[in-house]
Write a protein that binds this ligand. Structure first.
Ligand code: ES4
Ligand code: ZN
Length: 326
């Protein structure tokens, strides 16, 4: 449609992207072959057919199985390199990349292998596309506090190249409070913080992310809309929400995109952004996400420009670089 070039041409930052979630089935097969890792699928078509999820856990089971083909620094480089090419084509000028070290270190892959592969692709993206990027190390919330502390210890030699820490994986039953101490330790090391909250979990988890962790951003935040007091708080604090419409659809956080809250979030004065989450699994990259809500919710170009502007305002870039983008 005629909105496509407008969306692609909008300068955008991607703030919510799991790099392991950008593993396309074709690359999954190529890496399975290269590393002699067995995967429970016979073909690329069979992989795509398995991508029908009824909730977050359904997805996570397949996402962690897919990540098993990632073994070497070259694999992580190739994965991120493919993402950056896709993001550049969508008009992304800055990308904040989440990665899940525990998914790999628990299989015997070293932290160094993961992070060095990502960093080399980030340097390449700067050279090739002029795209800036940052790393967000995510702790898996279904694992223990002690395991998160151990991951933070492993990251120590790279902390000058890691911008932030995040909290992802199975939300319900693993409230932010479980990780308050490890986030305090990360903050003391100068790291920014972003927490998945209110995707499937209740508004209480969003309060915990704010009150017990002091998070800089909320990843998703959909269910905050159930609590008017919380909405007012998020507005007054100018807290960025990294919303992922196609993810919300595929994980049944919303029944259909016509019910997506993105425009109600903007209407409420929230600093909402649009992002792709796990694009290889959810059927689209960032421009697809903008297009999907533009169509389903009838967003104007002004709304789309506000979302894109919010992405830079909510980024972890230094303020002078933010100013240069808006
Ligand atoms: C995730 Cl959509 C989502 N939610 C929580 N954790 C995740 N890890 C990767 N994608
Ligand atoms: Zn996510």
């Amino acid at each position: 449609t005629d909105i496509d070039p407008f969306i692609t041409g909008l300068p955008k930052a991607e703030l919510h992207l799991h790099i392991e979630g950008s593993l396309e089935p074709e690359l999954m097969f190529a890496l399975a072959e290269r590393n002699k890792v067995a995967i429970p699928f016979a073909s690329v078509d069979e992989v795509r057919a398995a991508y029908a999820f009824s909730n977050l856990q359904d997805f996570l089971d397949i996402y962690y199985a897919g990540a098993a083909v990632l073994c070497t620094r070259q694999d992580f480089h190739d994965l991120a390199s493919a993402y950056f090419a896709r993001a550049a084509a969508d008009g992304v000028l800055h990308a904040e990349i989440m990665f899940d070290p525990q998914t790999h270190t628990d299989r015997g892959i070293s932290f160094a292998e993961v992070v060095e592969g990502l960093l080399s692709a980030m340097a390449e993206a700067k050279d090739k596309y002029g795209m800036t990027s940052q790393l967000i190390l995510c702790f898996l919330r279904h694992l223990s506090e002690e395991a998160a502390f151990e991951t933070l210890r492993q990251a120590e030699p790279w902390l000058d190249r890691i911008t932030a820490v995040g909290l992802d994986s199975s939300e319900v039953g693993h409230p932010p409070a479980k990780f308050a101490r490890v986030f305090a330790a990360a903050r003391a090391k100068g790291l920014k913080i972003t927490v998945h909250a209110g995707e499937e979990g209740p508004p209480a988890y969003v309060y915990e992310a704010l009150d017990l962790i002091g998070t800089d951003r909320i990843d998703h935040g959909n269910r905050a809309m159930e609590d008017p007091v919380l909405v007012r708080r998020l507005r007054e604090e100018g807290k960025t929400l990294t919303v992922c419409p196609l993810s919300n659809l595929k994980l049944c956080v919303v029944g259909d995109l016509q019910q997506h809250p993105i425009d109600r979030m903007l209407q409420a004065g929230l600093a909402a952004t649009v992002n792709s989450d796990d694009p290889a699994y959810f059927g689209g990259y960032i421009a697809d996400n903008y297009r999907a809500v533009a169509e389903a919710r009838g967003l104007s170009r002004e709304h789309l420009a506000t979302l894109a502007r919010n992405s830079f305002l909510g980024s972890f870039l230094p303020s002078e670089q933010i100013a240069a983008h808006i």
